[in-house]
Structure formats: structure tokens, C-alpha cells
Design a binder for this molecule. Structure first.
Ligand SMILES: Cc1cc2nc3c(=O)[nH]c(=O)nc-3n(C[C@H](O)[C@H](O)[C@H](O)COP(=O)(O)O)c2cc1C
Length: 217
């Protein structure tokens, strides 16, 4: 494998969802620009480029969002059976105020007009495109030595109102982005005994779908 190839696999292998390792030091503007540019180069259905990036640095906005996320965390915790709840209680689910900044990635299904090439049968293809931008951003951040944590413990309407996002634009993710002390080698959920990685062999099907024991687990 060429150096470039091994570098890419190395970044994919090192990428982690970060919650506790942020240092809070600022991300240099040129680095942030490269990471956002990588996101902006993602493939998109009909070349719609349906994403936007709201950079949230204001501490008051971040505190307000963090408090909302804490409420949603409680809502989820209350839905758990006691044993799962004990495990969940140990897991940190966000680093909103500790990260260097928040990047809210939005999705506009209206971008591209009414005749989007490739989306007539699968409306979600629009959303898939925005998610690919997020993955590019995540890998680029890792390559730059930064950490990123995806937060989804929120109500979309709350975040729309907080940041003045129009009603037809969906906030798909709040990404905590920033400098880190280190990246863990094992995912947090695995380290805390919540859930482990599935073997690749279980995810591969030859020609037709093969039912697996964990299909509903
Ligand atoms: C769509 C999506 C939403 C996620 N939401 C959260 C979240 O709200 N809080 C959190 O701590 N991690 C969140 N994660 C991170 C996952 O828990 C994490 O990716 C998974 O446990 C595997 O760990 P790794 O990313 O470090 O490999 C989210 C990931 C994805 C892809």
C-alpha cells in the first residue's frame, strides 16, 4: 500500500467520537477552514450540496444547548431498565462547553429545486449527502489531530429556535470540535460496557440477505 493509502486507513482507524478529551484551546482558522473545506467536498445527490455549517463559539449559546441536552439525557435515562441505566449513568454524551467550538451541520431538502437528479425515488438521498459531509469533516478533523463528538440528544425545533435556523432547514448534528489531549483507542460505549463492535463478517452477505442472530439486538 502507498503511504497515502495507509495514511487514510490510519485516520479511519484512529477516528473516535470524543466527549471527555477536549482541552478547549482554539482551533487555528486555517485548520478549521481545511476541515470545513473537506466537508464541503462531499458527494451529494444531484450535486445539491444541501449542507450548511453554523459555527457556534458563543459560551452563552453553548450553555443553553448543553442544558437542553442534559434534559434530553434525563428523558432517555428514565426510559431505561435499572441495569442499563446504571451503565448509561457512567457515559458522558457531550462535550459542548469543553470543546473549542460547536459546528452545527444543517440539511436543506429545498436546495437544488424541484428536479433533483437522483432523488426522485429516494427522498432520503438528500439527507445521506449531508451525512457524508459530516463524515468528511470527522475524518479531516482526525487527520488534523483534532477531536470531534456528534451530539444528537436534542429536539430539532429547540436548536432551530436557538440558532435562528429556518423551519425547513434541519439541524442534523451538533458537532463538538476541538483540540484534544488524546484520542481513546476503544470507543467510549465499548469501554463502558454499553455495546461492542460487531464483527465485519456478520455484516457481509453473499448474493442474498442472510438472517443473523443480532438482526434485532
Ligand atoms: C448519528 C450519530 C449520532 C450520535 N450521537 C451521539 C450523542 O448524542 N452522544 C454521544 O456521546 N455520542 C454520539 N454518537 C457517537 C457514537 O456513540 C459513536 O460513534 C459510537 O459509539 C462508536 O464510537 P466511535 O465513533 O468512537 O468509533 C453519535 C454517532 C452518530 C453516527
Amino acid at each position: 500500500m502507498s503511504t497515502t493509502t495507509t495514511d487514510l486507513y490510519d485516520v479511519i482507524g484512529r477516528r473516535r467520537d470524543v466527549r471527555a478529551e477536549f482541552t478547549g484551546a482554539p482551533v487555528p482558522d486555517d485548520v478549521l477552514h481545511r476541515v470545513l473545506d473537506a466537508a464541503h467536498r462531499a458527494p451529494s445527490v444531484g450535486m445539491t450540496q444541501p449542507w450548511d455549517f453554523v459555527l457556534v463559539r458563543d459560551p452563552a449559546l453553548r450553555r443553553t444547548f448543553r442544558d437542553h441536552v442534559a434534559t434530553e439525557r434525563d428523558t432517555f435515562a428514565a426510559s431505561l431498565p435499572p441495569e442499563r441505566r446504571t451503565t448509561f449513568d457512567r457515559i458522558k454524551v457531550e462535550g459542548i462547553c469543553e470543546s473549542s467550538l460547536g459546528v452545527v451541520v444543517t440539511h436543506s431538502q429545498a436546495r437544488g429545486g424541484t428536479h433533483v437528479l437522483g432523488r426522485h425515488a429516494i427522498a432520503d438521498a438528500g439527507l445521506y449527502s449531508t451525512v457524508l459531509a459530516i463524515q468528511n469533516l470527522w475524518l479531516a478533523a482526525t487527520a488534523e489531530g483534532l477531536g470531534l463528538g456528534w451530539v444528537s440528544f436534542y429536539r430539532e425545533s429547540f436548536l432551530q429556535e436557538l440558532l435562528g435556523i429556518p423551519a425547513d432547514v434541519r439541524p442534523v448534528a451538533w458537532l463538538c470540535l476541538g483540540t484534544v489531549s488524546h484520542l481513546e483507542t476503544v470507543p467510549d460505549l465499548e469501554r463502558h460496557g454499553w455495546r461492542s463492535r460487531r464483527p465485519l463478517a456478520d455484516a457481509i452477505h453473499e448474493d442474498t440477505w442472510q438472517a443473523r442472530e443480532d438482526d434485532h439486538a
